[in-house]
Ligand binder design. Structure first.
Ligand code: HPA
Length: 264
């Protein structure tokens, strides 16, 4: 059973570096997900490419619930996800890596929970520490070992997309304390928490965000920087696995809080 799940964002459409790979379609109550299962150093790992192998699923139409539920059904306890992001600061540059530790949610239309009322309980998940500190530390240590510059901590602003932001939006996000802007980490991280799965995000800075950059943004710019980072990101994900052996030293697997009113 794979204990670790990898979710590849823009530019990462196959896991490489895994052996004995097989592809499955995992059915879930929320739809199906295509998962590649393989081995790394004898350890089973599951891989999902978020935008599809042909990059034809835009951020607002990703079936986040099917992806996360599929990994849960397969036995995954820890998810490492990658995401291309824009940087809100000139001193955090394209090609650098950031492990987000907080998010600001500016998405609009997404299914953000597995629990939808009716026969199901009302669930309010604690989200004080959304990204697992244990997994972030493992990635940081792996990065040090292979000589990658990684910033451990940063607030990821998640927008609905698929358009890029206006300069005024980026200015507002900066004033609110945002450091990075991307389109996918929410609701992925929230859904993982609802199922007690540890989740960490490796943000790859592909550009300076709108208005920070002196020029207009293009998707091809994002893709080009991702291409240059591809080898390092894959290597980083795989090296991190070594540091994730042993019991999870965090609170992520705690049962979500259930709310609701009862008369006493
Ligand atoms: N904004 C939103 N998403 C992104 C960006 C950006 O500047 N770069 C890569 N993904």
């Amino acid at each position: 059973m794979p204990r670790i799940g990898l979710i590849g964002g823009t530019g990462i459409y196959n896991p490489r570096l895994m052996e004995e790979t097989r592809e499955i379609t995992e059915m879930t109550p929320f739809g199906e997900a295509r998962v590649v299962i393989g081995k790394n150093d004898g350890q089973e790992v599951a891989f999902i490419t978020r935008h599809g192998v042909k990059h034809n699923v835009p951020p607002h139409l990703v079936n986040y619930r099917a992806n996360i539920m599929a990994l849960k059904q397969l036995g995954v306890e820890i998810i490492i996800a990658t995401a291309a992001v824009g940087s809100l600061h000139l001193d955090r540059r394209p090609g650098e890596y950031v492990l987000a530790d907080q998010f600001l949610d500016f998405t609009k239309t997404r299914k953000t929970s597995f629990f939808e009322g009716g026969d199901q309980p009302v669930v309010h998940c604690d989200m004080t520490v959304p990204y697992c500190p244990f997994v972030r530390q493992a990635i940081e240590e792996a990065g040090q070992e292979i000589g990658l510059k990684i910033h451990n901590g940063g607030t990821y602003v998640c927008t609905e997309g698929p358009r890029f932001e206006t300069a005024a939006e980026i200015n507002m996000f900066k004033m609110l304390g945002g450091n990075l802007v991307g389109m996918t980490s929410v609701p992925e991280v929230c859904l993982a928490r609802e199922l007690g799965i540890c989740y960490a995000n490796i943000s790859i800075i592909t550009n300076h965000a709108a208005g920070i950059s002196p020029h207009i943004l293009t998707h091809s710019e994002v893709v080009q920087v991702m291409k240059n980072s591809l080898h390092d990101v894959r290597y980083l994900m795989m090296e991190s696995l070594k540091y994730l052996d042993g019991p999870r030293n965090c609170a992520c697997s705690g049962i979500p809080q259930q709310g609701g009113l009862s008369e006493s």
